[in-house]
Design a binder for this molecule. Structure first.
Ligand SMILES: [Cu+2]
Length: 180
């Protein structure tokens, strides 16, 4: 019975969850976004689950079949992953019109993220928090704008400084972030 009530509340845009009313968190932001990650051959190589939290958007990323080492990962501006080069995803998501890089005085992009480590087995299994974006539609920094956005892994590490893309090399894995 309690479960039924919770489901009903989730269907509404404006209701808060009756089970946690003191927190008054909008129910829509609880809906996770599931992302298929595809490689340059267009084959699924992993997945990501994005969840709205108080700290920002939490990204749980799992992937395999990658070259070991430190890799850049960013959120790009367009939710379109056309293999092999993924240029279709555009530049970094940057609603604040800043330059690239955490160590750039004119930085950084909302879509900038910290590098990830791919294991010797070619796998990655990480939790990343993107503090400057949201899944709430209608906000200036939402990942779910009209054309969505994309989660992108590169061949090399991000130097956190070089505009516009941190010298991160080619785009190798891409996943569309969108409402459906
Ligand atoms: Cu990138």
């Amino acid at each position: 019975m309690v479960f039924t009530i919770a489901l009903t509340a989730c269907a509404s845009d404006k209701e808060v969850n009756p089970l946690h009313q003191e927190e008054a968190i909008p129910v829509t932001s609880h809906t996770p976004i599931y992302v298929n990650m595809i490689n340059a051959e267009g084959i699924k190589t992993g997945n990501a689950t994005l969840t709205e939290t108080k700290e920002g958007v939490k990204i749980l990323l799992e992937a395999e079949g990658l070259e070991p080492g430190t890799k850049a990962i960013h959120i790009h501006e367009t939710g379109k992953c056309e293999a092999p080069d993924f240029k279709s995803a555009g530049g970094h998501y940057n609603p604040g019109q800043r330059q690239h890089g955490f160590n750039n005085p004119k930085g950084f992009h909302a879509g900038d993220l910290h590098n990830i480590e791919v294991t010797d087995k070619g796998t990655v299994n990480v939790e990343i928090t993107a503090p400057n974006v949201t899944l709430k539609q209608g906000e200036k920094n939402t990942l779910l704008d009209e054309d969505g956005s994309a989660l992108m892994i590169h061949t090399q590490a991000d130097d956190y400084k070089t505009d516009p893309a941190g010298n991160a090399g080619n785009r190798i894995v891409c996943g569309v972030i969108s409402k459906k």
